[in-house]
Design a protein around this ligand. Structure first.
Ligand SMILES: *Cc1c(COP(=O)(O)O)cnc(C)c1O
Length: 401
């Protein structure tokens, strides 16, 4: 078979992104300004929420959400062991203590019973992960939170308003996903999306935080907090200062710098227009993979059903009966055919940083079992039908040996 070159997740850029970025560059305004505000509005519309704040990464979004809720030293935040480091590192950034929960056996979602058990009087926040673009079970997460509500000790006014552990979705993979008739973004209390270069919709780097409106929390207040925290604690952004005579500003606290630029938002505006078609194409590829693998000894994720529709971000395959070495060999053999694969995920307790915090993979056997035989196939919108057939033919050949 003729060799093809299949990268894992290259950015899908068209003439539309180039036009939007050129217009931003020529507009006289390249940092946070009208394009970022427009992008925020459109994201809210897509998510059926009222307000969105765009920042320079999903990591910044999650960290600032923790800060706005006043989570810090002495507090515990629950996160699955089976995720990317950003879901947990933000907990360390604010000085709180990460508490990791193992996965359900043979399922990438966290064990919801263990989640309920992990909630203590110190727990302030849960960061759930919508892995691969599939929204996890927020009914079970909110039920766990309700079952332990009596333990909750609010430490400030906003925590008092919630009166329970706050639930955030790390939806870095899941922009555009649906679950039980709701859009990802309107399910958890806060939802963070990533627009990093490898994600479904990209602004090169970037992220968005949206949240569920509550009658007892002022959305403008929340939005203002994210503006302050992401722009030095300056009470007027650079764009507001361009208004006549409006030079003066105050710094209310020595905050952070993680705003989105209008150049990034320009890429995002074009990607957003193309996004429905990109989601459709992802689904087509997933259905082709599913059909090709259904008679093999593998387990794949369920991206689509009557009551959920994934954003089709990652195609995880478990090679049943195989272990780490054989899995690694499959990845090497795929690479020999110029097909880049990956592993999602090496659980956090196996990483140096989290081992140093005292985590031990022996306490997360289900996450380890997910990891030991997992291969992620390329899934992106630059793949042609011929590429997809090439990947399937080689993969099936390699795993059948
Ligand atoms: C990519 C990713 C992030 C981080 O996104 P950034 O925009 O790079 O900060 C967080 N969580 C998960 C699960 C991710 O895959």
């Amino acid at each position: 078979m003729k060799l093809r070159n299949i990268p894992f997740s290259p950015p899908d850029m068209s003439e539309m992104e180039i036009v939007e970025v050129s217009e931003a560059l020529q507009s006289g305004w390249i940092t946070t300004g009208p394009r970022t505000k427009e992008f925020e509005k459109l994201i809210s519309i897509c998510c059926q929420t009222d307000k969105t704040a765009c920042l320079n990464s999903a990591t910044a979004c999650m960290e600032l959400a923790l800060r706005v809720l006043g989570v810090g030293p002495g507090d515990e935040v629950i996160v699955p062991a089976y995720t990317y480091t950003a879901s947990a590192s933000v907990i360390c950034h604010v000085g709180a203590t990460p508490v990791m929960v193992d996965s359900i056996p043979d399922c990438v979602e966290m064990d919801y019973d263990k989640l309920a058990e992990a909630i203590t009087e110190r727990t302030k926040f849960i960061i759930a992960v919508d892995l691969g673009g599939i929204v996890c079970d927020y009914d079970k997460i909110f039920a766990a939170v309700e079952s332990k509500k009596y333990l909750f000790k609010p430490a400030n006014d906003i925590q008092k308003v919630y009166g329970r552990v706050v639930v955030m979705a790390d939806a870095a993979h899941a922009f555009g996903a649906m679950w039980h008739g709701k859009m990802c973004g309107e399910i958890a209390d806060f939802t963070s999306f990533s627009f990093h270069a490898v994600k479904n919709l990209t602004t090169a780097e970037g992220g968005a935080l949206t949240w569920k409106t509550r009658s007892d929390v002022d959305n403008e207040y929340l939005y203002k907090q994210f503006q302050l925290l992401s722009l030095h604690g300056q009470n007027k952004d650079a764009f507001a200062k361009t208004q006549i005579g409006a030079w003066e500003y105050d710094i209310i606290a020595p905050y952070y710098k993680c705003n989105m630029t209008d150049i990034m938002a320009g890429i995002g505006l074009a990607q957003l227009k193309r996004y429905p078609e990109m989601l459709r194409r992802r689904r087509e590829i997933i259905e082709r993979y599913d059909a090709a693998l259904k008679d093999h000894n593998v387990q794949v994720l369920n991206h689509y059903s009557d009551n959920h529709c994934s954003s089709g971000h990652l195609y995880l395959v478990r090679l049943l009966g195989k272990d780490v070495e054989e899995r690694n060999e499959v990845i090497v053999k795929m690479a020999e055919h110029n097909i880049a694969c990956n592993v999602h995920y090496k659980p956090l307790p196996m990483m140096t940083a989290y081992k140093a915090l005292g985590f031990d993979i022996a306490d997360y056997p289900n996450a380890y079992n997910l990891y030991r035989n997992e291969v992620t196939l390329p899934l992106h919108t630059r793949l042609t039908n011929e590429d997809v057939e090439y990947i399937i033919t080689n993969f099936v050949d390699i795993i059948s040996k």
